[in-house]
Design a binder for this molecule. Structure first.
Ligand SMILES: Cc1ncc(COP(=O)(O)O)c(C=O)c1O
Length: 477
């Protein structure tokens, strides 16, 4: 197994807009402390690993000439700059032929595993018959909308778009149109996409908490000003804010589990307060289930929690890696979006047969008995396995998560809100993951990012991951 000290030779790179997220660069002086631990690394092994990244590096170097920073989406440029050329089930393969067990799952879509044969077949069948026509509706789109209405408690009607950001943008616009109000509430630690109303306060530095922490230059101040950022799980703050400003607030938007900071579980009391306060004050409650939709059951986390929002956004796992997102909710709100409503909802590629066919296949597979038992069972296996390991090796860490999602924080409980995660040792978090990558287990080496298991992962994959993790933890201890 290649032990890649080379992997650690460059600090962790980050988009400028995400400085706080990524204030975890492993510096060369830290490296000099890290490297002696790799006592088994020989020059030959190191050379083999360096050589084994040659093709990845060549592709990445070429990309940097034509694509800013070499990547087309924030957070994709990470050390090591591997280029993946094949993905299959639970595994991804880099350009130099190294195989990794994949828990990154492209930030979540691959719920069935990569290149799932049944999904790919359905997509192929669809595009053999029809591609994008762009007029009227399609049978497939109607079938999928019906499936979503059957499964997602809040969904009476559905509209399709291509990305989670489009869905949350439209959800907020519908809320403003329906209420005639401007202000929004979001929570520190939740991410809802790249548009101005919500692109703030996700992984913030300690001194930015309680202030506006914008993730991009070029955002419109008036739009930013209309968003209030509150503390997740803080019922008192929520109650006070809504009691004071309720008549100005159009929507409260949240990830029901803020998975963009790993996993912070919502308190029942918090979800109940959200539902009752928004109802009482005529505010639209939006669950952003772009990560949790289909992943934490076909009904999303709202089906688990038993709290039904007014609008729901979905994306990522709903089409197992093909581009598709959805906005769904109460008919009365959704009807604002139709051609007879007052909200403009459009997109050349909306409800493209590729994404819709992929999603129909994904739903049908997830509907099969045992699918969620498998996903949740493996999630629990890795969470409990990791917690045993850190106990055995005396590492201060906790593995938490929900269902198929897991994350190991280098800290202790409690974890109730984003500010608790400031206690996470970010350098250890990233170092652990880089060591895992060097041993063939891909976990995104970015602070607070979650991991995902898919239906293609097996108990053997989890057990070999735990073996690798034990090796890493032993060294880190
Ligand atoms: C909860 C949540 N909402 C919205 C988005 C935006 O989705 P997209 O990247 O498809 O625009 C994301 C993406 O990570 C997300 O995690």
């Amino acid at each position: 197994m290649p032990l890649a000290s080379a992997l650690f030779h460059a600090g962790y790179c980050c988009p400028a807009s995400m400085q706080a997220v990524n204030a975890v660069a492993v510096t060369l002086s830290e490296l000099s402390q890290v490297l002696p631990e790799h006592g088994t690394t020989t020059d030959r092994e190191e050379h083999a690993m360096l050589k084994s990244q040659e093709r990845s590096r060549a592709i990445f170097d070429a990309a940097q000439k034509f694509i800013p920073g070499g990547v087309s989406s924030a957070n994709r440029r990470v050390e090591p700059n591997l280029t993946f050329t094949r993905a299959e089930g639970a595994y991804i393969h880099d350009a130099d032929g190294q195989r990794y067990i994949d828990y990154h799952a492209a930030f979540g879509p691959a719920i069935l595993g990569h290149c799932h044969p049944e999904v790919n077949q359905r997509v192929t069948e669809a595009i053999d018959r029809i591609d994008l026509v762009g007029v009227g509706t399609s049978e497939l789109e109607t079938q999928l909308a019906q499936k979503i209405v059957e499964h997602v408690p809040s969904a009476e009607k559905v509209m399709f778009c291509n990305s989670g950001s489009e869905a949350t943008y439209s959800a907020l616009r519908v809320a403003r149109a329906a209420t005639g109000r401007r202000k929004l509430i979001k929570f520190q630690g939740c991410y809802h996409g790249w548009h101005d109303a919500v692109l703030m306060n996700v992984i913030s530095a300690a001194d930015k908490i309680g202030k506006k922490d914008l993730l991009s230059a070029g955002m419109t101040p008036e739009v930013v000003d209309d968003t209030l950022v509150l503390r997740f799980n803080d019922v008192d703050q929520l109650t006070n804010t809504i009691e004071r400003h309720g008549s100005e607030i159009a929507a409260v938007i949240l990830e029901p589990i803020p998975h963009n900071i790993g996993t912070v579980l919502p308190h029942d009391r918090f979800l109940d307060a959200l539902r009752s306060l928004t109802t009482e004050h005529g505010i639209v409650l939006i669950f952003d289930e772009v990560v949790t939709g289909f992943r934490h059951t076909l009904g999303g986390y709202q089906a688990v929690a038993g709290v039904t929002p007014d609008l729901t956004t979905m994306g990522k796992a709903i089409a197992n890696g093909f581009p598709l997102a959805a906005l769904c909710g109460r008919a009365e709100l959704m009807d604002h979006c139709g051609p007879d409503g007052d909200v403009f909802f459009a997109g050349t590629f909306n409800a493209h047969p590729v994404g819709v066919a992929a999603s129909l296949a994904t739903v049908e597979i997830l509907e099969r008995p045992g699918s969620y038992d498998h996903l949740f069972g493996l999630g629990e296996r890795i969470r409990s396995g990791m917690n045993q390991l850190v106990g055995r090796h005396g590492v201060e860490a906790i593995t938490t998560g929900f269902g198929s999602v897991f994350v190991t924080y280098f800290m202790t409980q409690p974890i109730d809100s984003y500010d608790d995660l400031l206690r996470n040792d970010a350098a250890k978090f990233v170092r652990f993951r880089r060591e895992m990558i060097a041993r063939g287990v891909y976990m995104m080496p970015v602070n607070l990012k979650r991991n995902h298991v898919s239906l293609s992962h097996t108990a053997e994959d989890i057990d070999s991951t735990l073996e690798v993790a034990e090796d890493v933890l032993r060294k880190m201890a």
